[in-house]
Design a protein around this ligand. Sequence first.
Ligand code: WT7
Length: 657
Amino acid sequence: MSESTIESILQEKRLFQPAAEFSQKAQIKSLEDYQQLYDRAKADPEKFWAELAEQELHWFQKWDQVLDWQPPFAKWFVGGKINISYNCLDRHLTTWRRNKAALIWEGEPGDSRTLTYAQLHREVCQFANALKHLGVEKGDRVGIYMPMIPEAAIAMLACARIGAAHTVVFGGFSAEALRDRLVDGQVKVVVTADGGWRKDAIVPLKTQVDKALADGAAPSVENVLVVRRTGQEIPMQLGGRDHWWHELQPQMSADCPAEPMDSEDLLFVLYTSGSTGKPKGVVHTTGGYNLYTHMTTKWIFDLQDTDVYWCTADVGWITGHSYIVYGPLSNGATTLMYEGAPRASNPGCFWDVIQKHGVNVFYTAPTAIRAFIKMGEDIPKARDLSSLRLLGTVGEPINPEAWMWYHRVIGGERCPIVDTWWQTETGGIMITPLPGAIATKPGSATLPFPGILADVVNLEGESVGTNQGGYLAVRHPWPGMMRTVYGDPDRFRKTYWEHIPPKDGKYIYFAGDGARRDEDGYYWVMGRVDDVINVAGHRLGTMEIESALVSHPAVAEAAVVGKPDELKGQDIVAFVTLEGGHTGSDALKAELKQHVGQEIGAIARPGDIRFADALPKTRSGKIMRRLLRDLASGNAVSGDTSTLEDRNVLEALRDEG
Ligand code: WT7
């Protein structure tokens, strides 16, 4: 975030009360109701979650113990047997929801499809049998590298049904990034498509899978299942590794009972970037995740039975997992999935989708809202958006100006906005308004969800005072929390639970965000405090991008920082020193950007590359990123530079910028 954004957030005083008509029909109807829930949960979190687990979910067998907390490792509903695919599908089939739309899908070229709960259940069962047919067993891992088509959700639910864990890899990631994840997750089968539509072009997914698997680079992968989506010619290793979905699926029986899973069995691994090292596999398990995504969806999106709910995320991110697939379906809601993105040929496509399907609840990202503002309000104003009754945002802090525009132009000044703070690691939303209960302030995620003992602390773990900056933290385990880093419990402990040293056996979850709490107890999240860059709501580790740059033969050393960007929130600036014999040029800049795109994906491509003779370092050889951040943003270099080894370096970099 830019200085000016922080400044305006600090001065934000507007307060928006939920409308009486909204509150009357809402799940949680008043601040008193919220406060009661919050206090009850705080007094006895285990009792609170256990009651909800009993009321809201189907268990094949009840648990023996609600929480087994051996910090930092938590087990929820120990001994309970449950299946999230059963809770998302089967249990709705014996009710009127059997023939309700479960999934409404819009393809980018304008094709669409609706699956009722009965139809979705049938597809999931058949695909689960297809996975079994290819040798997938309970405990195996399945990779999903898909466009936003119904088969992505079907594949996820099919894995959950038979107890195979899925690893969804965002379709915008490169073959190299895909390979790393397939190898780390020891994935047995990959589900993909020939391609997907994005901004009027085909994303060649199957080709990327072929590249990722070339030369036996991911030897655990035995089979690849391919959906025909875009229809272009692609090479298939038929009779061997590759199988067409449309050939296998019809041959499969629609009878596939959901496997009773242990509450703590692995549900999925989702990779996310941190400040150091390679992306980490965030592990989520079954029972607690099911409960947490179910409850947050129910109370925050306030789903009514006739609602059409649309979250614009991609299933490759946690938002897609929790709030396109599992949370909404567990609640028996109608969830909408859209393949496309606003593009030059159709900048109003989101509003067309809302108008066409009468979307009632709409959940998107601040970066998208800022892009809409730029395109002008005539575009949404030319559509009928009167069906909307609730709006949401996620992914990064929203600047009050963007919040006000969203409220006025999209929400017609009648829709509450839920600004939801959470992370891949938290599994579900943690700090948010409950829309019928909590008055909103533009730019604030407001108050913690019941059962979440959030706080703003210093590095000693002490709560800081009102309106003082500190670190966002959580003081008690919650059902949706990540359980570990896949294959690396030590990294889990160090990154999240020992950053603030535990005292007297009390562990505090360190989120990596800066925040403050105002006089009403409202949280204002300021952004990352580590070397993580948030580009258009996507999280990227500086070290990943630096490694990608250094893998280019011309690059000797690289340091990557974020700089404020009007549209994307942050953009990537790379400072690069070259190997002898290479000279900096515009052509080389373009080549390096391209190279990072190849290594990670287009989202990681630096917006700006600056060549330097040397990088500013401390005497112990640590790159001084703080200085680079100042330079990248065009600010005067602030703070202490006395530890800098060679002051001339700074002058040279300044001239280059
Ligand atoms: C990071 C998590 C969780 C879904 C999407 C991103 C930032 C997320 C907000 C918000 C301010 C936010 C934080 C967080 N963030 N939501 N409402 N206000 N910041 O998931 O990739 O795991 O990134 O996104 O910095 O730590 P993610």
